[in-house]
Design a protein around this ligand. Structure first.
Ligand SMILES: Nc1nc2c(c(=O)[nH]1)N[C@H]1C(S)=C(S)[C@@H](COP(=O)(O)O)O[C@H]1N2
Ligand SMILES: [Mo]
Length: 300
């Protein structure tokens, strides 16, 4: 848990807002690691300018609350996020229902400023607060036979109006290969800009995998299952020829219906130019080795 990793400038460097701890972290008794916990040592990549809070929290994809980009911000207030429990099961030493407060009290919260690239070819830069998924998996004790991590979003149609419509099959499910899940870039986010993560962004805890298209980063997670089989994923089930398991950001592999060569930064104003999409969303150095020898046109 002492391990720290970052390859990006932390938001604390560019604005005082980054110095605030998110409320849930304080409630969980993490104030002790407070400022020291947020002051990540390694600095590089100073080119990342975080997208405005208002944009990050008002332009969303969270189909449980509707299909429009502004639907989640308008509707997600109905979601009850406390108390919250995450079931960790499958190939683990300590399966069980873990209370979120309990999890938060054991995790080291860091800030990670990550590029975020949706498969729809828009992008943002988000200053997340969260902990490495690896730390949570280590807490549960991953058995040697486990090869994949499956995750599931809450199913609660009374609070998630979109779940009353069969837009996709509910609950939303996603998955990673175990080595992807254990990569230090992969985090569970509980905050943005040092504040509790808003419901529309996946409160109280959501996955963030910055080198993959946004839909892999499943929101409002209630279940994590370790398995030896590649788990089903929502968009692959919905449109299998367009969305496959890996979903790594790759400007050289087009979506069947559009190019992935460039992206539109959201919130840059009307003069914001499209910019080139980077291999693995700019995290090639950190993750390319995970896919050595794989044909990325076949396993997209
Ligand atoms: N449960 C759930 N998780 C989800 C989604 C969703 O509809 N439901 N949308 C995905 C998609 S397509 C994207 S681009 C991101 C959007 O995250 P953001 O709204 O925080 O930008 O969340 C992903 N996680
Ligand atoms: Mo997306």
């Amino acid at each position: 848990m002492a391990k720290r990793w970052t390859n990006d400038l932390t938001h604390a460097d560019v604005t005082p807002e980054g110095a605030f701890l998110n409320r849930r972290q304080i409630m969980a008794g993490l104030a002790g690691i407070g400022m020291a916990g947020l002051a990540a040592p390694a600095r590089a990549n100073t080119d990342l300018e975080p997208t405005d809070w208002d944009v990050i929290t008002q332009y969303n994809n969270f189909y449980e609350f509707g299909t429009g980009k502004d639907d989640p911000a308008a509707n997600a207030h109905t979601l009850t996020t406390s108390p919250w429990t995450i079931k960790i099961d499958g190939m683990v030493d300590k399966p069980g229902d873990y209370a979120l407060d309990d999890i938060m009290s054991k995790m080291t919260i860091e800030e990670r400023i990550y590029r975020f690239r949706c498969v729809e070819a828009w992008s943002m830069v988000v200053p997340w607060n969260g902990f490495e998924l690896k730390d949570l998996l280590d807490m549960a004790g991953v058995k040697p036979e486990a090869k994949y991590v499956a995750m599931e979003t809450l199913f609660r149609p009374e609070e998630m109006p979109g779940q009353n419509v069969p837009f996709i099959e509910w609950p939303y499910v996603e998955g990673l290969r175990l080595d992807e899940a254990m990569n230090p870039l992969t985090i569970m986010a509980s905050g943005i800009y040092g504040k509790d993560i808003p419901n529309q962004n996946g409160a109280p805890l959501r996955l963030v995998v910055p080198w993959k298209y946004g839909y892999k980063s499943i929101k409002s997670v209630v279940r994590i299952t370790l398995t030896d089989k590649e788990p089903p994923t929502s968009w692959n089930k919905a449109i299998p020829n367009e969305y496959k398991f890996y979903s790594n950001v790759n400007p050289e592999v087009d979506h069947p219906r559009w190019s992935q060569e460039t992206e539109r930064p959201i919130g840059g104003g009307i003069f914001a130019k499209r910019k080139p999409t980077l291999m693995f969303n700019g995290y090639e150095k950190e993750v390319a080795s995970l896919y050595e020898g794989m044909d990325l046109r076949k396993y997209f």
